[in-house]
Each structure stands twice: as structure tokens, then as C-alpha cells.
Design a protein around this ligand. Structure first.
Ligand code: VG1
Ligand code: CO
Length: 542
């Protein structure tokens, strides 16, 4: 039986960089999740009888919302739902399932790298038929609908047993509960030379992968240990937990500190990696060297042809605007296109669909390719392993040779988390007002060449996205970018991205924060970060 339930709209259901993210108690308000899911369906057309993929990163409240989403999909006329066993699907695995099954779209329940638990974060995101996050046209429509919604439809049916693989039925709609790993692992086998990687492990190569008690555990166990022969125990924290064991499932140098320290030790394994809550980010650390994500993108692009899935070369590379220019130099050398997009994977979808680019990346530990339409943490780890298996060199050697060839982009991001929203907005607005005055001005000997508020003109659908971050470019290629996070759930997060290009190989051995010290000071001088936020130092440095 289908019920139409009366509801009242909420005014705060605006999707951010990657879906709607709020604290769990907000999602637990009456009809909050239902309103948002109905707003998604109301913003779509033509899904009657079609397939919807549903899954999440296993965090607290995942199972409850999956049951609701299934019943609402049935009531709204979908023909089939595909859901991962236990409600589990990593974000890239969900993207793959949408594509493979020619589904109409998918609902991914995740707040990614944000902490989970009864008072922590939850999120809902809609992905379209290409497997990628809905573009702004759709997320804007969802938000508009959420502000006026007055009813939602739901099937009056019992919960299904999410732990039982196979076919179920909900109010006449079929629900397939599938193994979350199998299809994804098959795709990885198509792209990479598993034989070569297996031989490398058999030859004594050692790695450690920290799944951070999040969604990639089952994927990494199956692929790295079972299929590739990495020694048992190579995958740490492999059980997805609703609260991620009380940690932030964020693979950066703060939250994956133990991994970093293990990789800097004398007896470090050859290769270390980690992924985030929903499995779309990656952290790469070689013995004695952290590979900054912007460099990882450049290195993967320069070496991708060594993996079977990319042996024909790349069509082009895309990176988000705040990501360093390291990939630009690779694109230039390869003679292929380089596209600069706003932050968030949704902006890569059109370029990938049009065949303009093969590899994409973001400074926030996201890399991926045209194999799905999300960034993909394990994919990046496997491409690294494939490259290491072919080149038979250490990560350190590969990175240093890359810098010697292309120059080094010293790069760091400073986050000021949970600052007062007004102070953060004021800082950005004030910078915006002063943009025209900055060119030609010198700060500590560095002259501003150009300053703007980044706007993106999508070359495929011609849409325009404004206010995507304040860029200040200096003569010689150094750069400071300021923007506000669109994924936080408390206050505002100011992100300051600092970059310096260093062509001279004799100066490639500096410590990153030292190499950037003068630009870090200039960032404060220009934006008044300390004075406006009252913070003497960033909360996170990556
Ligand atoms: C952050 C990152 C961005 C990433 C987004 C979603 O967004 O900066 O690069 O695409 O998170 O990643 P923001 O607006 O907070 O800067 V995930 O792994 O949270 O889905
Ligand atoms: Co994520």
C-alpha cells in the first residue's frame, strides 16, 4: 500500500559541495530525510519502472535511511532498487553500479570524511545516470523543491533484510541485495595488471592500507589481500563501524598520523595508503615520503600508460582550481588538454562524458578516471601499485625524478575549521572588494600578477558557476587561494591553499611549510586571517 504523508518544509536542505550534510539529530527530525528524498524524486523526470542504486558508507543512521529510501522509491514508481548488502556501498562502487546496470540514478548516504555517530554527521547525495554527482541544475532544483514540499510518498511495507543477498519485494518493486565488492573488484581487474602486482607482492613488496574503520575495508581486504596476495594483515581497521571507531575517517596527515609515522620509520613498508569514510579519497605515502595529492595526480597522469586500462594514453586531465599546477606541466608535455574546474567532483562529469579528459583530481586527496564518475580511493592505490610493479623503483625515487623533470610545486592547504560564519564570510567579501586593487602590488617582494573570484564556464553545457574561490596569482607562478568549505556541518571552514613553483632541482629538498613560509605570511597579511577569525594557527594543515 502506498501512503501519501503530509509534511512541512525545512529551509536548510541546500546540498553543498557533495550532497546534503548535517548532524544526525538534524536528520532525525520529523520527516527530514523523507522530505529531502521526495525533493530529489520531485526534481527528476522519467524514472517510472527504472532502476535506482542505493548504498552508503555504513555510518550511524545508514540502515534507517536506506529502509526509508527503498520504501519511497517503491511508492514513487521505480521498478527496481539495487542495494549493497548491509547497506554498504563505497561511493565509487555505487557509481560503477549505476553505470553497469544502466540505472536511472543512485542515492548515496555518506558524509564522507566527516566523523560518524549519534551526534556526528550524516549525508544524502543524488547521483545521475552517468554515475556522477548531480550537477548544480539538479541540486538547485532539489533545494527549491525542499522549501515548498508539503507531502511525500512511502510504501507501507515491512523493512527488508539488508543482510540477506538476493531478490526481495517491496510493494511490488523488486529489491536486489547484492555483494558490494564483486562488481567493483571486477572493474579493477579490467583496468590494472593484477598479475604484475601479484608478482611484486610475491617478491616481498610490503604495503599497509588503513581503511580507517570505514567503507573500504571489505574492498581492500578482497582486492589487496585475497586477489593480489598482499600479506594478511596488510589492511588495517578493515571493519566498517558506525562511528568509525571514534575517529575522523579523513586520510590526511592529522587523522592518519599513525600511518604517516609508520611510513617514516626505518623499518617502514614500501608503500602506505589510506582511504576516507566513503572510499573516494586516497592518501599515498611511500617509505620516507608523503606524496601530496596534487603531486599524486600529476604522477598518476604521467605514468598511467603503464597500466593496461590506460595504455592508449590520456585524452586530457582535469583538476579543481585550488589543486596545484603540477598536473598542468604533465598535460603540457603530453600535448593534451588541461581543464580547471571548481571544487567538487560534479564538475568533472561533463568533461568525462564528452571524452575530453581521462584523469581528474583534487588537492583534497581525490583522484579518479573515466572508469566511474566519482573520485576513487582504491583505484588510485591500485594505479600506484601498477606503476610501482612496472617501474620497479621506490616511491621516493619516482617522485624525485618527476620533480627533476617537471619542477616541484610546493603545496599546502591550511584549514581554519568551525570559525564564526560571519567572520569567514566577511573575510571573503572583503577580499572580493579589493580584487581590482591587488594586481601590481608587492608583498614581501612578491608582486601580484592577477587576482579574481574564480568563475567556471563549462565548455560542454555552457553553464556558469560563479564565486568558486578567490585566486591571487603572483609573478613567477606562486599562488594563494581562499575559499569556504561546502561540506562542513558546524560554523564555517576557511580553506587557504598555498602554492609555490620551484623549477630548480637543487631546491627540491625543502620542508614544505618552510618553503611556503613567506607566502603563508602574505596570506595573512592580505586577508587578515588571524585578526578576523581570532585563530593564531590553522586547525588542519595538509
Ligand atoms: C571538500 C574538498 C573537495 C571535495 C569535497 C567532497 O569540499 O575540498 O575537493 O570534492 O570535499 O569530498 P569543501 O567544499 O569542503 O572544500 V568527500 O570525500 O567529502 O565526498
Ligand atoms: Co569522501
Amino acid at each position: 500500500m502506498i501512503t501519501t504523508v503530509k509534511t512541512k518544509p525545512y529551509d536548510d536542505q541546500k546540498p553543498g559541495t557533495s550532497g546534503l550534510r548535517k548532524k544526525v539529530p538534524i536528520f532525525q527530525q520529523k520527516n527530514y530525510a523523507e522530505n529531502f528524498i521526495q525533493s530529489i524524486f520531485d526534481s527528476l523526470e522519467g524514472f517510472a519502472g527504472q532502476t535506482l542504486v542505493i548504498g552508503g558508507d555504513g555510518r550511524y543512521y545508514n540502515r534507517e535511511v536506506i529502509q526509508i529510501a527503498i520504501k519511497m522509491a517503491a511508492a514513487n514508481g521505480f521498478g527496481q532498487v539495487i542495494v549493497g548488502r548491509g547497506g554498504i556501498l563505497s561511493t565509487p562502487a555505487a557509481s560503477n553500479l549505476i553505470r553497469k546496470n544502466k540505472a536511472f540514478g543512485g542515492i548515496i548516504l555518506s558524509a564522507s570524511h566527516n566523523p560518524g555517530g549519534p551526534t556526528e554527521d550524516f549525508g544524502i547525495k543524488y547521483n545521475i545516470g552517468n554515475g556522477g554527482p548531480a550537477p548544480e541544475k539538479i541540486t538547485d532544483a532539489i533545494f527549491a523543491r525542499s522549501k515548498v514540499i508539503d507531502s511525500y510518498k512511502i510504501a507501507d511495507a515491512a523493512d527488508i533484510n539488508l543482510d540477506l543477498e538476493g531478490k526481495h519485494t517491496v510493494a511490488g518493486m523488486s529489491v536486489a541485495v547484492i555483494d558490494p565488492v564483486t562488481d567493483y573488484a571486477e572493474l579493477m581487474e579490467e583496468l590494472f595488471d593484477f598479475g604484475a602486482i601479484r608478482d611484486m607482492f610475491a617478491g616481498g613488496f610490503r604495503m599497509v592500507f588503513d581503511a580507517m574503520s570505514a567503507v573500504t575495508g571489505p574492498y581492500a581486504k578482497e582486492i589487496l589481500e585475497n586477489r593480489l596476495g598482499a600479506p594478511k594483515g596488510s589492511v588495517l581497521n578493515f571493519m566498517p563501524l558506525p562511528d568509525f571507531g571514534g575517529h575522523h575517517p579523513d586520510p590526511n596527515l592529522v587523522h592518519a598520523r599513525a600511518l604517516y609515522e609508520a611510513m617514516m620509520a626505518d623499518d617502514a613498508p614500501d608503500f602506505g595508503a589510506a582511504s576516507d569514510g566513503d572510499g573516494d579519497r586516497n592518501l599515498i605515502i611511500g617509505r620516507g615520503i608523503f606524496v601530496t595529492p596534487s603531486d599524486s595526480l600529476a604522477l598518476l597522469a604521467a605514468n598511467a600508460h603503464l597500466a593496461p586500462g590506460y595504455s592508449k594514453g590520456l585524452a586530457g586531465i582535469a583538476r579543481s582550481m585550488p589543486t596545484s599546477g603540477a598536473a598542468d606541466r604533465v598535460a603540457e608535455k603530453l600535448g593534451i588538454g588541461l581543464y580547471e574546474t571548481p571544487t567538487g567532483w560534479k564538475f568533472f562529469g561533463n568533461l568525462l562524458d564528452a571524452g575530453k579528459v581521462t584523469i581528474c583530481g583534487e588537492e583534497s586527496a581525490g583522484t579518479g578516471s573515466d572508469h566511474v564518475r566519482e573520485k576513487d580511493g582504491l583505484w588510485a592505490v591500485l594505479l600506484w601499485l601498477n606503476i610501482l610493479a612496472v617501474r620497479k623503483e621506490s616511491v621516493l625515487d619516482i617522485v624525485q625524478k618527476h620533480w627533476a623533470t617537471y619542477g616541484r610545486n610546493y603545496y599546502s592547504r591550511h584549514d581554519y575549521e568551525e570559525v564564526e560564519t560571519e567572520a569567514a564570510n566577511g573575510l571573503i567579501e572583503d577580499l572580493r572588494k579589493r580584487l581590482a586593487d591587488l594586481p601590481g602590488k608587492a608583498f614581501d617582494g612578491r608582486v601580484v600578477e592577477m587576482a579574481d573570484d574564480f568563475a567556471y564556464h563549462d565548455p560542454i553545457d555552457k553553464s556558469v558557476s560563479k564565486h568558486q574561490g578567490i585566486r591571487i596569482l603572483f609573478v613567477g607562478g606562486s599562488r594563494i587561494v581562499f575559499r569556504l568549505s561546502g561540506t562542513g556541518t558546524a560554523g564555517a571552514t576557511l580553506r587557504v591553499y598555498i602554492e609555490r613553483f620551484e623549477p630548480d632541482a637543487s631546491r627540491h629538498g625543502m620542508e614544505t611549510q618552510e618553503a611556503l613560509a613567506d607566502l603563508i605570511a602574505i596570506a595573512d597579511e592580505i586577508a587578515g586571517i588571524k585578526a578576523r577569525t581570532g585563530r593564531s594557527a590553522p586547525s588542519v594543515i595538509t
